[in-house]
Each structure stands twice: as C-alpha cells, then as structure tokens.
Design a protein around this ligand. Structure first.
Ligand SMILES: Cc1cc2nc3c(=O)[nH]c(=O)nc-3n(C[C@H](O)[C@H](O)[C@H](O)COP(=O)(O)OP(=O)(O)OC[C@H]3O[C@@H](n4cnc5c(N)ncnc54)[C@H](O)[C@@H]3O)c2cc1C
Length: 400
C-alpha cells in the first residue's frame, strides 16, 4: 500500500499551499470587513482572488472528466482539505464551492447539450452561482420521498408550486439558476415520483422570502440559505433534467461527491483548529505555567491529532473506492465519513474554542464560525441518524 501522493497531486498541493499563504490567509480579515457591508453578494475582493486562482491553474479542480480539471477523487481530496482551512474564501476563489460543485456535476452528467451550454458553461467560468432546492419547511425532508412541491406539465411548460427552505446560495444576487426537485407523478412508485427542473432565479412567481440563520450566522458571504416560495412558476419542458421520474436517482448521484467534499474540507478545518489551539496554548500562562503544559490540554491536542489521522485515512480510502468501484460501490464508506467527520471535527473545534477562552467564541478568531459550520453539517446533506439507519441496514443484510 502506497500512501504517497502522485506527482500531479504534489504539484497542485504546492501551488495551492502557496496560493493560501500569499493570497487567501492575508485576505481573511479584509474579507470579513467587506462581508459585513456587502449584503448577500460576495465581498468585492473575491473577484480578484478568483482571477488569481485561475491564473495559477487552481480552477474547477473538483470536477472529473472533460468539463473540469480531470482529477480523480483521490487526487482532489488533499486539495479540498487545504481549501477547507479557509472555508469561506478558498473553495469559492477556486470555483470549487458547494452547492455549485454538485450542480455542475449534475449538469455535466445529466444535462442536455442546451442545458450545458446555457448553465454549465457560465458556472464553469465562475460567472454565475447556483442553488439546489430540495428541502421543504412543511415536510420532514431527510426522507426525500416526502418532498411535496408540485411540478405539473401544462403543454410545453412545467408549472411549479411549493415552498423550500435552507436553499444555500440562493440569497446571492449572482445566483442565476436553481435546480428544483419536486413531484411530477405522485401516483408512480415511491422513488419514481420526483423530477428535477432548472428554474432561472428571475422567473415570475419565484419569491425569495428571507435568509435563514445558522446559529445566528447569516452565511451571507456564502450566499445565505433562502426560504423560497414557488407560485405558479412556469418553465419550458426543455428545463427538465434527465427524464421525468429520474429526480430521486439524480439526487443520490449528486450527493456522493458532495458529501466527500464536505468531509475533505472539514479535515482542513480541524487542522486549522489544532494549529490555533497549539499556538494559543503555548502563548498563554495560567497558575505559573503555559496552558500547553496542562495535562488536560495535552490530552485534547493528542486526541485531536489521532482523530484527524483516522478521519483522513477513511476519507482517502473512500475517495479511492469512488475512483475504483464507483460511488455506489463506496456507499457504505461515504456514509461512514459523512457520519464520523462532522461530529469529530465538531469535537476538535469545541476543544480549540475552550483553549481560547472567551476569545474562542468571539469574532476575533475563526473558531466560532467553523464550529457552527461543522455542527450544521450534521444536518445538511442528510442528518447523522438517517445515514446510520441506512448503514446499519446494509450491515444487517449480510446476516438476514
Ligand atoms: C446549513 C444548511 C444548509 C443546507 N443547504 C441545503 C440546500 O442547499 N438545499 C437543500 O435542499 N437543503 C439544504 N439543507 C437542508 C438539509 O438537507 C435538511 O435539513 C436535512 O436533509 C434534514 O431535513 P429536515 O430539516 O427536514 O429534518 P427532518 O426530516 O424533519 O428530520 C429531523 C430530525 O429527525 C431525526 N430523524 C429523521 N429520520 C430519522 C431516522 N430514520 N432515525 C432517527 N432519527 C431520524 C434526525 O435527528 C433529524 O435531524 C441545509 C441545511 C443546513 C442546516
């Protein structure tokens, strides 16, 4: 078993690390200041960072195949980890941010030539942003078969009625297109009732109601999380992605890579937390010795290092499986990392916050925001309990 990265990955890692040191970390405080006054749009300095990343060949690294950089999951994993060290800036600057990544994957896998031309091309160029609208306030959406939004064919058009919330990125005025999941045929078998349609954000009847908060954060620099009402929203039938009844299968295909990307970035967040924890523990003295010499703090640091190494190995194994046996063959591992990574990184961030004292919960360190992000990822893309249920079921099947 060879644990070394290949030469392509090593080269990109070095370039990405340099980009982080020279451009991303130095921009963090100005980014925060601009974000406070730039409404739901991206802080102005993001445009320069995108230009710079593109010039350095650090663009669309997430996307395998002809439309993207063509990396494997195993090659992309250590790069996403590096981006995760500054998760509000680096993924967007390199055009590797959710939910665009998943949406670009859907369009590249299932989009018609017209849909790719119209929406995939500007997304790949980083000219526009996008959103993915599945979750609804009125039904338990962790069971996607509950999704109730109606998509009804009327001649050459679909008419959409329903309400969605927590639609990431949709508050951003630069978000031009939404992939909307709803029911085209409530009488079909359970997993064939759903379809996905492309809905331009400026379509009449699409009403952005408000931005949902996450532990009090608006996440405006990510484009927020919108509550949206669809009232008699009409789109041409050409906006259907794939076939009628294929929405559930597309949602499953979309979530595999999305989940592993979240986990890779979370490991980067954990590395950042450990670095901050060590620096702070060495810099502060209580009761006659540095905080770093307190046994309990050393225990947190050691446990954090062990947990990160364990997570990284499982995430890399999952990436390798996705490359070699496909997303379906890696299903158990994808669920295992989606369960174990956010909760473990949440634990590490909690300890880093504690070592920072009051500063840890404040705006002077990135820890509070990182913690909120990790905690929210125990819900986004499916709650822990739902993944455990399905993982346990597959395990039990071997003995039934
Ligand atoms: C920050 C953030 C961003 C998001 N972005 C998007 C987005 O861009 N697009 C989108 O469509 N959605 C998005 N979501 C929504 C997310 O995908 C849903 O919140 C999630 O799927 C859960 O659905 P729900 O909130 O309706 O919870 P419910 O389905 O109501 O479930 C509530 C709870 O019930 C428990 N539960 C459910 N089923 C089981 C079970 N079988 N066994 C045990 N316990 C169970 C779990 O604890 C679960 O958390 C986002 C959420 C957050 C927090």
């Amino acid at each position: 078993m060879d644990f070394a990265f290949d030469t392509v990955t090593e080269d990109l890692r070095e370039r990405l690390l340099r980009f982080m040191d020279e451009c991303v970390y130095p921009a963090e405080s100005a980014f925060e200041e601009q974000a406070a006054s730039s409404g739901w749009g991206p802080p102005p300095l993001m445009a320069d960072l995108k230009d710079e990343a593109r010039k350095r060949g650090l663009w669309n690294l997430f996307l395998p195949g002809e439309h993207g950089a063509g990396l494997t999951n195993l090659q992309y994993a250590p790069l996403a980890e590096i981006m995760g060290r500054s998760p509000t800036i680096a993924p967007t600057a390199t055009n590797c941010a959710a939910p665009d990544t998943g949406n670009m994957e859907v369009l590249s896998m299932f989009g018609s030539p017209w849909q790719r031309e119209e929406w995939l091309t500007p997304l790949l160029d980083g000219e526009i942003r996008s959103a993915f609208a599945m979750t609804e306030p009125d039904v338990a959406s962790s069971d996607a078969t509950n999704i109730a939004t109606a998509i009804v064919r009327d001649g050459d058009e679909y008419v959409i009625n329903g309400r969605k919330w927590f639609i990431s990125g949709a508050m951003n005025p630069n978000c031009k297109i939404l992939i909307v999941m709803g029911k085209t045929n409530p009488d079909a078998p359970k997993h064939r009732q759903q379809s996905m349609v492309l809905v331009p954000r400026d379509t009449p009847g699409l009403d952005i109601k408000r931005g949902m908060h996450v532990f009090g954060y608006t996440d405006a620099d990510h484009g927020g999380h919108a509550e949206i009402e669809f009232r008699d929203v009409r789109v041409p039938v050409d906006n259907l992605i794939g076939e009628e009844g294929g929405g559930f299968a597309i949602a499953q295909a979309r979530l595999g890579p999305g989940r592993i990307h979240h986990c890779m970035r979370l490991i980067g967040m954990a590395e950042r937390a450990v670095e901050l924890m060590c620096r702070r523990a060495l810099a502060r003295t209580t009761f006659g010795k540095p905080v770093a010499q307190q046994g309990v703090v050393q225990d947190w640091i050691a446990e954090s290092r062990i947990k990160i190494e364990q997570l990284r190995l499982l995430v890399l194994k999952t990436a390798w499986l996705m490359d070699t046996v496909g997303n379906q063959g890696a299903h158990t591992e994808i669920q295992a990392i989606k369960i174990s990574t956010p909760i473990t990184v949440e634990w590490i961030l909690d300890k880093a916050v504690q070592v920072h004292g009051a500063g840890g919960v404040s705006q002077d360190f990135p820890l509070a925001g990182l913690w909120a992000g990790a905690r929210a990822l125990r819900l986004a893309d499916g709650p822990d309990e739902v993944h455990k249920r399905s993982l346990a079921y597959r395990e039990l099947k071997g003995y039934m």
